[in-house]
Ligand binder design. Structure first.
Ligand code: RFL
Ligand code: PHB
Length: 402
């Protein structure tokens, strides 16, 4: 089997890249180790930057998003019950974000791929890239008990944090930066109307909470929880009780509650792998970097990687310029480090690190807490501070190739 770009991973990164390449007539095959239903069962992101929205439109998969997604012109930060609105549109001179679930955009991408009859192998086992430093890379895998070899020009490693692609880069070439936070997020989905028309990120003496949403009738909430907590520890009733303590009192008082339709705990991590390419292998999205979800940046950084790789592939195949491929890692990493820094900063200011000394570089815990409270207070009280938050939240512009 032969293709131009072998894509490992059928998450949003791999699917978006495949769809964009197809608009330019660049052939691609996607391999994933699980099936489509499993992928659609992973409830994750909810906020898309304008850059993502524009890419989805370019890929021809935006119809449902444009009809059913909600444009948000702002969000709120609550500090011990005191609410401050970050007016994204005014503070950035017109930018907004789109509230549309990762599951929905992934479904739209899968449907478009199927309609275009582009080759996809789900439940592919032992997916392994080979010879990625040469100009004849290939990927081997097993499907339905049969062994396959996929010859290609390039390999896009879109296989998430636990994928095989990053491990293909020799350990002596790769530097991995990692910080694991001393708490996780308990996610909770319920078919009740959102408690507020915009998102609320809440810092409180009881810990962090986030009120998000998927539609006018579906809410998505998160609570900071100790890493040792198990899902069984959190009955629906306990969840709602705790959430009400952390959100502003007026919001909690009118909030509608109901049974959960999904509950899960995710650890929080900052992670970057440098470089993001090795020969003709490119790492894209979570395969190369992870952010804590506080800034809503994970999926959006994946999209900016996709945008850069798509520009490179288009130039390679349309103009015959192979030199430009060496630009990938540097361009991608500049935006990634910015998103990492913002996500770390938001996480640090808004969560309770308790006695954990890693929060503030071995600083006395209460001193660190006071510094962070003071920092948040300052940013919220100053228009320039709110502008900085707004500019980062809507996302920095994508960088062009040289
Ligand atoms: P994915 O989605 O992990 O997809 C990778 C795919 O690769 C497959 N795979 C393999 N296939 C073949 N062979 C192998 N050896 C393979 N190993 C893995 C997997 O089966 C999978 O299908 O990575 P991708 O495409 O890079 O997408 C990244 C995003 O999923 C992620 O960044 C976001 O979900 C992060 N995130 C958020 N991002 C935002 O931009 N805005 C948000 O509001 C936001 N909220 C969140 C989030 C992530 C969360 N969790 C649970 C981590 C909220 C949460 C709670
Ligand atoms: C979500 O709706 O899942 C969501 C929104 C904003 C975040 C993280 C998650 O920062």
């Amino acid at each position: 089997m032969t293709t131009q770009v072998a894509i490992i991973g059928s998450g949003p990164s791999g699917l978006l890249l495949g769809q964009l390449l197809n608009t330019q007539g660049i052939s691609n095959v996607i391999l994933d180790r699980v099936d489509g239903d499993y992928i659609l069962g992973r409830i994750r992101a909810g906020i898309l930057e304008q850059g993502f929205v524009d890419l989805a439109r370019e890929a021809g998969v935006a119809e449902r998003m444009d009809n059913e997604g909600h444009v948000h012109e702002g969000f709120e930060l609550s500090m011990n019950g005191e609410r401050t609105r970050i007016d994204l549109k005014t503070l950035t001179g017109g930018d907004t974000v789109m509230c549309y679930g990762q599951v929905e955009i992934t479904r739209d991408l899968m449907d478009a791929r199927q309609a275009a009859e582009l080759p996809t192998y789900y439940n592919a086992e032992k997916v392994t890239p080979h010879e990625v430093k040469s100009d004849k890379p290939y990927v081997t895998f097993v499907h339905d008990g049969e062994e396959y070899r996929l010859d290609c020009d390039y390999v896009a490693g879109c296989d998430g944090f636990h994928g095989v692609s990053r491990q293909t880069i020799p350990a002596e070439i790769r530097t991995e930066h990692e910080r694991v936070y001393p708490f996780g997020w308990l996610g909770f989905m319920a078919d009740v109307p959102p408690c507020n028309h915009e998102l609320i990120y809440a810092m409180s003496d009881h810990g962090f909470a986030l009120a998000s949403q998927r539609s006018a009738t579906r809410s998505r909430y998160y609570l900071q929880v100790p890493l040792t907590d198990k899902i069984e520890d959190w009955s629906d009733e306990r969840f709602w009780d705790e959430l009400k303590k952390r959100l502003p009192a007026d919001v909690a008082a009118t909030m509608e509650t109901g049974p959960s339709i999904e509950k899960s705990i995710a650890p929080l991590r900052s992670f970057v792998c440098e470089p993001m390419q090795y020969g003709n292998l490119f790492l894209v999205g979570d395969a190369a970097h992870i952010v804590p979800p506080t800034g809503a940046k994970g999926l959006n950084l994946a999209a900016s990687d996709v945008a850069t790789l798509f520009k490179i592939m288009t130039r390679v195949y349309k103009e015959g310029d192979k030199e430009c491929i060496s630009q990938y890692s540097d361009i991608a990493l500049r935006r990634v480090w910015n998103g990492e820094r913002f996500s770390w900063w938001m996480t640090s200011m808004m969560h309770d690190f308790g006695d954990d000394l890693s929060g503030g570089n071995n600083m006395e815990p209460l001193m660190y807490k006071r510094f962070m409270e003071s920092e948040l207070n300052y940013y919220l009280g100053s228009e320039n501070g709110r502008k900085v938050i707004a500019e980062q939240y809507v996302g920095l512009p994508y960088e062009d190739l040289k």
